[in-house]
Design a protein around this ligand. Structure first.
Ligand SMILES: [Zn+2]
Length: 316
């Protein structure tokens, strides 16, 4: 049964905003749309791992991997999860514009390493239900994160977190990473969808089904290269096409929003489709282990046979 620890984290996470990756909107879109594309087999598998009280709702665990890191959402346990912090991103040298795993993912400690590791662990017959569940909850989060371009960002400015400035005439400063996590999406949802997440799911769903499936849907390295390309070609260009950096505050508004919101939505649609492809593949490839009921029934049959044999020899 799902541990009370996980339960507390997930319930707390529902009421505290995420600040370190795609916000609640981005992660919800990816998890919700991916779940709509699962095969029956994968759907059953996912539902068997999502905590029972969430009725199989994958979206409800989509930001668990962030929630465990912060005292707001994990008051007592957050120090124990700090090891997982570097698994949400890749940092490259500034303007390297490529990914080199031997340089950027030493000992597999980065988002690519995490995707590989938890893809194995999610279906490893030697692990238990809680470990499978943990792997699933990391995967639903990391597949979304890797499609946020600044999760393949520059080491020197901490993935855009140190590039600060002002957006849409607001008086308090923000930063580039936050804009790509949630700032641009918040504007989109409130301007064009009446802040109705269900309408927005439908919109991104139409984008997702219009994308052509490719072999790269299964290729973590390709996802990384795509994010890196967006970072180098789009993210850092301000409204006058000058390159932004950590030493000068930016001022961004509608021009930046209009130029980039479509890219963000394409990344959400890709992430959604690819998460479903991953889960469908894992569900199809997982070793068939007897369920608890099957194990119990098998043991009971053995016991009954043994009792019959004993009884027969006693009566003869
Ligand atoms: Zn994250």
């Amino acid at each position: 049964m799902f541990s009370s620890f996980f339960s507390i984290i997930i319930l707390c996470g529902a009421i505290v905003q995420d600040v370190y990756s795609w916000g609640v909107i981005g992660h919800s879109v990816v998890a919700h749309l991916a779940q709509s594309q699962l095969t029956d087999e994968a759907s059953h598998w996912v539902k068997s791992l999502v905590p029972w009280y969430l009725s199989g709702n994958l979206t409800a665990v989509a930001i668990w991997a962030d929630d465990i890191l912060y005292p707001d959402t994990n008051s007592f346990g957050y120090p124990n999860w700090q090891w997982s912090r570097p698994l949400h991103y890749i940092n490259t040298p500034a303007w390297a514009c490529n990914y080199d795993s031997s340089r950027d993912c030493i000992n597999g400690v980065c988002i690519e390493g995490a995707l590989k590791n938890y893809s194995k662990r999610a279906i490893d017959a030697n692990l238990d239900d809680v470990q499978h569940q943990e792997a699933l909850m990391f995967l639903v989060h990391y597949v979304a994160d890797i499609h946020q371009p600044l999760h393949v960002g520059f080491q020197e400015d901490n993935g855009g977190n140190r590039v600060r400035g002002y957006f849409m005439n607001e008086t308090y400063p923000t930063n580039l990473h936050s804009l790509w996590d949630s700032g641009l999406l918040n504007i989109r949802l409130s301007r064009d969808f009446g802040s109705n997440i269900t309408s927005y799911y439908e919109y991104v769903h139409t984008l997702m089904i219009s994308q052509t499936p490719t072999t790269s849907d299964d290729d973590f390295n390709q996802w990384i290269r795509e994010s890196s390309k967006v970072v180098c070609q789009q993210v850092y260009l301000d409204e006058t096409n000058m390159t932004m950096n950590a030493s000068v505050n930016f001022t961004l508004g509608d021009i930046y929003y209009e130029r980039n919101i479509g890219i963000i939505e394409q990344r959400l649609a890709q992430g959604s489709r690819r998460l479903s492809v991953l889960f469908n593949r894992l569900a199809a490839n997982r070793p068939m282990v007897p369920s608890r009921c099957e194990k119990l029934c098998s043991n009971m049959i053995k016991l009954i046979v043994l009792m019959c044999i004993t009884l027969k020899s006693f009566l003869s």
